[in-house]
Design a protein around this ligand. Sequence first.
Ligand code: F6P
Length: 376
Amino acid sequence: MNSDKPAKHIGILTSGGDCPGLNAAIRGIGKTATSEGMQVIGFLDGFRGLMENRSVRLDNSKLSGILTIGGTILGTSRDKPHRMLMGGKVVDMTDVIVENYHKNHLDALVCLGGGGTQKNAFRLSKAGLNIITLPKTIDNDVAGTDITFGFDTALGVAVDAIDRLHSTAHSHHRIIIVEIMGHRAGWLALGAGVSGGADVILIPEIPYNNEKLAQSILQRVSKGKRFSIVAVAEGALSEEAYKKIGKAKDDLRNAENDEKLAAKMKLKEMEAKCTGKIMQIADDLQRITGLESRVTILGHLQRGGTPSAADRLLATRLGTACIQYIKDEKFGIMVAAYGDSTKAVPLKDVVGKVKMVPTDHPWIISARNVGTSFGD
Ligand code: F6P
């Protein structure tokens, strides 16, 4: 520590859906910063807390004992600085946020979040703030990083669920359809499906055909296998739905400036309408195969609880590395996981992208090799 220089002031916030590993990251950032003589505060409830200037001092007493705790000690929200709900109205609160950043004499603000948070953080960086982000989400869909923390823990929960569903499906000779989170990407369902030995995996990247999906179960029946596990990503799409979404995306791309908002809303509506079809999948499979079907939605169970060892390690690695980037005054970047190391990825290269599963990804190839169907 250079005693000639005034201590740096660091702010931290967590934004978007919570996930296991956030506290490990906060601890990693906070402990490294304080050991370097920096002052650290945490804003409560994401960007809303920063806008309302609600914060806590993150000293060692606050940072101790949080490594293994799920969720975030800071609280989170899905509020966006430029579109905040204020007394029933949506208001751009960026100026207030900039003002609060300066009021707290911050030298840097670390935003922990997924794709949406990266976008919001980039906006604040363009508004002149020194921003660094960390990639977190159970969905593993943030561009520019090998992996996000939260993913490994959620994967473990989903695999455990599939293991448990196997014994009951087997005993009752049933098809069990299990819905797995992941937003618009299939990482979680794919990873859990492969690790749990699901017989069918449906992910948004590979549109499924209803006939072929039923055929894959009937083929199992013909081999004397009277039960099946179908792992369905919450964003999975049938071939028809995939086409409709593709058209809505094209319309958005081609929309003139004043048509963009309407086109965006239309795409969102379409996505909501076309996804979450597990009840229908269950009914169709029961009708076609004659096997009883049941549905399990894992939901927020996948986001809760203590982080896995891999997530603790990753979050600690990214959190501690973050301080070196602050010392080097590298701002407007995301601290990405890069092999065993980290990499500073400019936020402009992260935002507006979703890391989808490549259809030739090794996990998909391995799944196909062991006979897993993707309904295609
Ligand atoms: O991004 C994490 C995630 O859990 C997604 O998998 C899911 O689609 C979404 O958040 C659920 O959000 P909420 O908790 O706001 O319902």
